[in-house]
Design a protein around this ligand. Structure first.
Ligand SMILES: Cc1cc2nc3c(=O)[nH]c(=O)nc-3n(C[C@H](O)[C@H](O)[C@H](O)COP(=O)(O)O)c2cc1C
Ligand SMILES: Nc1ncnc2c1ncn2[C@@H]1O[C@H](COP(=O)(O)OP(=O)(O)O)[C@@H](O)[C@H]1O
Length: 310
């Protein structure tokens, strides 16, 4: 897949495209992307995803802090798992937000060579967002652009959406979130210093600082995870929370992972963590000994769960 910007758009061949934020690149998005690819192949055109380099709401409201399922680099990484030929990164600006749907479609046609535009079932664009598919079709006719509509992907009677997946993650329902994503929810981060207490109780924990500030964190609690260090994959047990048993200096919430069958120095290393199972909520124990005993039980649980996965 090739990344295209406004500056390199001249090189884009005539294409079938769809447009959106695609936060999560979940199964609903994948369903739409497959249709784009199928039509593009049938029409002998290139296939293209048009997305924004920053969240549109963030540009319009500087105080808005999105909770993202995928930051830009992760989104591009997920797009790479699809057969799409091109990804256009549009810089969403205030000027762009002022364009009418017709003006926007004219740019898609003239600058990005969009011959066929696929519109997701609930997608609206153009200033005010008060126009819909019927109007897009009319403008398409005037511009010489075919406009097609995609249906929603329904699973368990609900349409798969980024909002639905966010709420699953915030409830700690990793299984449902992963099922709707079509892959395991993951986090990229850097290992930073912690209290240096973990090693003294036999459970060194790598403290992870997410690379993307806007990344949505699943609910506080303990999870079975896979940890990727370079190309190596390890099993791990991860805690998101405030560590109430030892948090005497009121540190903010942290993400810590004890990696099974690993020894070594990880400080400043980049790691990727994939969330697989929610194990239990975080608890304030009466003593560090009680916490350590629980960590030993967690280790048994995690081993069992991950062995079942093979
Ligand atoms: C799998 C796992 C589960 C944890 N569960 C709890 C918990 O229930 N309550 C708590 O206060 N801290 C919990 N912690 C955090 C520990 O208090 C923390 O890892 C330990 O104090 C070491 O901190 P350090 O890495 O900053 O030295 C957990 C950590 C891990 C890795
Ligand atoms: N099995 C392991 N899991 C996690 N971190 C490990 C492991 N073995 C060694 N380490 C290293 O030890 C550090 C964690 O030790 P710890 O005493 O908890 O210190 P900190 O409080 O700085 O996290 C990690 O950042 C990593 O460099």
């Amino acid at each position: 897949m090739e990344i295209v910007t406004e500056a390199t758009a001249v090189s884009l061949p005539a294409c079938v495209a769809t447009i959106g934020c695609f936060d999560g690149v979940h199964k609903g998005h994948q369903f739409l992307i497959e249709q784009v690819y199928t039509i593009a192949k049938a029409e002998g055109l290139a296939s293209c995803l048009i997305t924004f380099s920053r969240h549109p709401r963030q540009v319009l409201d500087t105080d808005y802090r999105p909770r993202l399922l995928t930051c830009l680099s992760q989104k591009i990484e997920r797009f790479e798992h699809t057969p799409i030929d091109y990804c256009v990164l549009l810089p969403f600006t205030k000027e762009l937000s002022m364009l009418s749907a017709r003006e926007f479609m004219e740019i898609l046609h003239r600058v990005y060579h969009v011959q066929t535009l696929f519109v997701g079932y609930d997608h609206h664009f153009g200033h005010g967002q008060d126009e819909g598919f019927q109007q897009y079709c009319e403008y398409g006719k005037e511009l010489g652009m075919r406009v097609m509509h995609s249906k929603a992907l329904i699973e368990d009677g609900v349409s798969v959406s980024s909002t639905l997946i966010r709420s699953c993650l915030l409830e700690g329902d990793i299984h449902r979130a992963n099922a709707y994503l079509g892959y395991n929810y993951y986090l990229n981060g850097r290992v930073v210093d912690g209290r240096k207490l973990g090693r003294t109780i036999g459970f060194p924990t790598a403290n992870i600082q997410p690379l993307c500030e806007e990344k949505l964190l699943p609910a506080a609690g303990v999870y079975a995870v896979y940890v990727y260090i370079g190309k190596e994959c390890y099993s791990g047990m991860l805690n998101i929370g405030s560590c109430p048993t030892v948090n005497t200096d009121e540190r903010p919430a942290s993400i810590e992972v004890h990696i099974l069958n690993f020894t070594g120095d990880l400080y400043q290393k980049l790691v990727k963590v994939e969330f697989l199972d929610y194990i239990r909520p975080e608890v304030k124990f009466d003593s560090v000994e009680a916490l350590t005993e629980q960590l030993q039980r967690d280790k048994v649980t995690v081993k069992k769960l991950l062995n079942q996965r093979g």
